[in-house]
Design a protein around this ligand. Structure first.
Ligand code: LHQ
Length: 261
C-alpha cells in the first residue's frame, strides 16, 4: 500500500509510524485510518521490526476524526459502521500486535486520537502534550476502545470525568493518573523515544509479545483462568532461544544478546 497520510519507516529494528496531516492536527480521514492499520499489520509481519513507535507530525498527535470529512458524507451515515470498519480494526490491530508499541505523544491527542494513543502499550509524552475526550462536545460517547481501556488505566471516576467534561488533561496530570509512563521536555521527545525504542528492539521480542497477550487477556479472566493461561504462555517462552540465551548470559556474567525468537 502506498501511504499518503502517514510516514512509515523501518530502521534498526524499529518501525516508526508518523501521522502526517499536520494542518488538521493529524485528524483521521478514512485513508489515514486504513494506512495506519496497514502499517501496524506490516510491522507485525516483518521480523526485522521488534518495536513500533507511533507519533504525530507537527504540533498535534491527533485531533481524532476529521469532522469536516465526516460531515461531507451527509446526515444518514452510520457511525457504527464507520467505527466497525475503521477505528475498531485499527485498535484491534494494535492490541493484537505482539511487539511493544510506544506512543510518542508530541501534542494533543483528542477523540479517536486519544483512543489510538492509549492503544499503544506505553506512552512517552512531551510536557506540552495533552489528552482530551472530545466526544461529549459532539453529543457522542467515547469510542475507539476508550470505554474499555481508559477506566482500566486510570479508574472509572477519572475516566468518566474526562468523558463528561471533555476537558484537556495535561501530560503531567495524565502521568499522575497513570495514562502516561514518562513526561519529557518537548524538544527531547524524539531522542528519548528513539533510545527507548532501540532498547526494546534489542529485547526478547517473543517474551514481550506474550506478556502483552497475557496481561490484556487476563483482564477478562478469573484469577484461576489467568494462572492457567500464564503457565501455558510461560511454557512457550521457556522454549524460546531468548530464554536459553538469557540464562547462559547470566551464568557467564555478560549482557544477553537476544534474537527476538
Ligand atoms: C480539525 C480537527 C478535526 C477537522 C482540528 N477535524 N479539522 C468517530 C465516528 C464518527 C464521527 C465522529 O467522531 C468519531 C471519533 C472522534 O474522534 S470524535 C472527536 C473528534 N475530534 C474533536 O472533536 C476535536 C476537534 N478539535 C478541537 O477541538 C481542537 O482542534 C483541538 C482542541 C484538538 C486543538 O485546538 P487548537 O490547538 O486551538 O487547534 P485548532 O482548533 O485551531 O486546529 C488547527 C486546525 O486543525 C484548524 O484548522 P484551520 O484551517 O482553522 O487552521 C482546525 O479546524 C483543524 N482541526 N481538529 N477533528
Amino acid at each position: 500500500m502506498t501511504y499518503e497520510t502517514i510516514l512509515y519507516d523501518v530502521s534498526d529494528g524499529v518501525g516508526r509510524i508518523t501521522l502526517n496531516r499536520p494542518a488538521k492536527l493529524n485528524a483521521f480521514n478514512d485513508r489515514m485510518i486504513a494506512e495506519t492499520t496497514d502499517a501496524f499489520r506490516s510491522a507485525g509481519r516483518e521480523t526485522a521490526v521488534r518495536c513500533v513507535v507511533i507519533t504525530g507530525m507537527g504540533r498535534g498527535f491527533s485531533s481524532g476524526q476529521d469532522l469536516a470529512d465526516f460531515r461531507e458524507r451527509g446526515e444518514n451515515v452510520s457511525i457504527g459502521e464507520h467505527l466497525r470498519h475503521g477505528y475498531h480494526r485499527l485498535i484491534r490491530q494494535m492490541l493484537a500486535l505482539e511487539k511493544p508499541i510506544i506512543g510518542s505523544i508530541n501534542g494533543i491527542a483528542a477523540g479517536a486520537g486519544c483512543g489510538v494513543a492509549l492503544a499503544a502499550d506505553i506512552r512517552i509524552a512531551a510536557d506540552t502534550a495533552s489528552f482530551m475526550l472530545a466526544f461529549s462536545r459532539l453529543g457522542l460517547i467515547p469510542d475507539s476502545g476508550l470505554n474499555w481501556l481508559l477506566p482500566r488505566l486510570i479508574g472509572y471516576a477519572r475516566a468518566y470525568e474526562m468523558a463528561i467534561t471533555a476537558d484537556r488533561v495535561p501530560a503531567r496530570q495524565a502521568q499522575e493518573w497513570g495514562m502516561v509512563n514518562r513526561v519529557v521536555p518537548a524538544d527531547q521527545l524524539f531522542e528519548i523515544t528513539a533510545a527507548w525504542a532501540r532498547r526494546l528492539a534489542d529485547g526478547p521480542t517473543l517474551a514481550y509479545g506474550l506478556t502483552k497477550r497475557a496481561m490484556i487477556r487476563s483482564w477478562e479472566m478469573t484469577p484461576g483462568e489467568a494462572l492457567g493461561y500464564e503457565a501455558h504462555l510461560q511454557e512457550v517462552a521457556g522454549r524460546s532461544e531468548d530464554n536459553r540465551e538469557g540464562i547462559i548470559a547470566f551464568l557467564e556474567k555478560r549482557e544477553a544478546r537476544f534474537s527476538g525468537r
